[in-house]
Design a protein around this ligand. Structure first.
Ligand code: SF4
Ligand code: SF4
Ligand code: SF4
Length: 209
């Protein structure tokens, strides 16, 4: 069936909406880990952190109405450089490789940043990930990774933990205006329904015109 220009515009509008949400939504709507607490929200919007604005100030740990906070640190494996020494993992970047696991002073106060060797050898490649059951959202690992590392660590509001408050207490407290309410799915503003292509109309001006 031939698609009208209006149909094309509606499709393009939907794609634009999806693309605009993509950066944040891809992080927000990842499935919860298998043993995560799940709270069905049934809301059209979710609160989320803009990683470009967040300064890992620590207020996410204390301001959320949930205790522990619905905010958790994560590490994007595609951005992480898999370093032997990770700024978000230990504090001393001049430590000998073979002493990191035994003597390294951990950045995380609750030891939630886990280090796994996936290539073999003390100077190999390492995967770093935060244990969400331990993370209290203090922002220390994310702060150091963003300041010194590859900026692969950031804080998110877990949609499966967040209560979806009408007014997010962290949004009120955040000094960097980093919390925003994002649609959980593309929003149709119906503008496409009101758009019409003038070529659809034929004005017969007739010979009297
Ligand atoms: S309160 Fe704002 S700046 Fe501080 S850690 Fe949370 S989102 Fe980031
Ligand atoms: S350092 Fe803080 S934000 Fe990072 S994993 Fe530990 S508790 Fe979570
Ligand atoms: S909406 Fe409520 S539960 Fe969710 S992060 Fe904000 S304060 Fe915490």
């Amino acid at each position: 069936m031939k698609q009208s220009r209006r149909d094309h515009l509606k499709i393009a509008g939907n794609l634009l909406g999806i693309t605009a949400l993509g950066g944040i939504a891809a992080r927000v709507f990842s499935p919860p880990s298998e043993d995560a607490e799940f709270i069905a929200q049934g809301r059209r919007f979710a609160w989320q952190i803009d990683p470009e604005k967040c300064q890992s100030c620590g207020l996410c740990a204390t301001s959320c109405v949930r205790k522990p906070s619905a905010v958790k640190a994560v590490n994007d494996p595609k951005k992480c450089s898999n370093c032997v020494v990770c700024y978000g993992h230990i504090t001393d970047n001049r430590i000998d490789s073979d002493k990191i696991d035994s003597c390294g002073h951990h950045v995380c106060p609750v030891n939630a940043v886990k280090r796994t060797n996936f290539s073999g050898g003390v100077d190999g490649m390492f995967l770093y990930e935060q244990d969400p059951k331990l993370c209290i959202a203090c922002g220390r690992c994310t702060s150091r990774c963003n300041e010194h590392g590859s900026q692969s660590m950031f804080l998110i509001i877990r949609p499966d933990l967040c209560l979806g408050c009408n007014e997010c207490a962290i949004a009120t407290a955040c000094p960097h205006d980093a919390i925003e309410r994002v649609p959980r799915e593309p929003v149709d503003d119906y503008r496409g329904d009101y758009y019409f292509d003038t070529s659809d109309f034929y004005y017969d001006m007739g010979e009297d015109a």
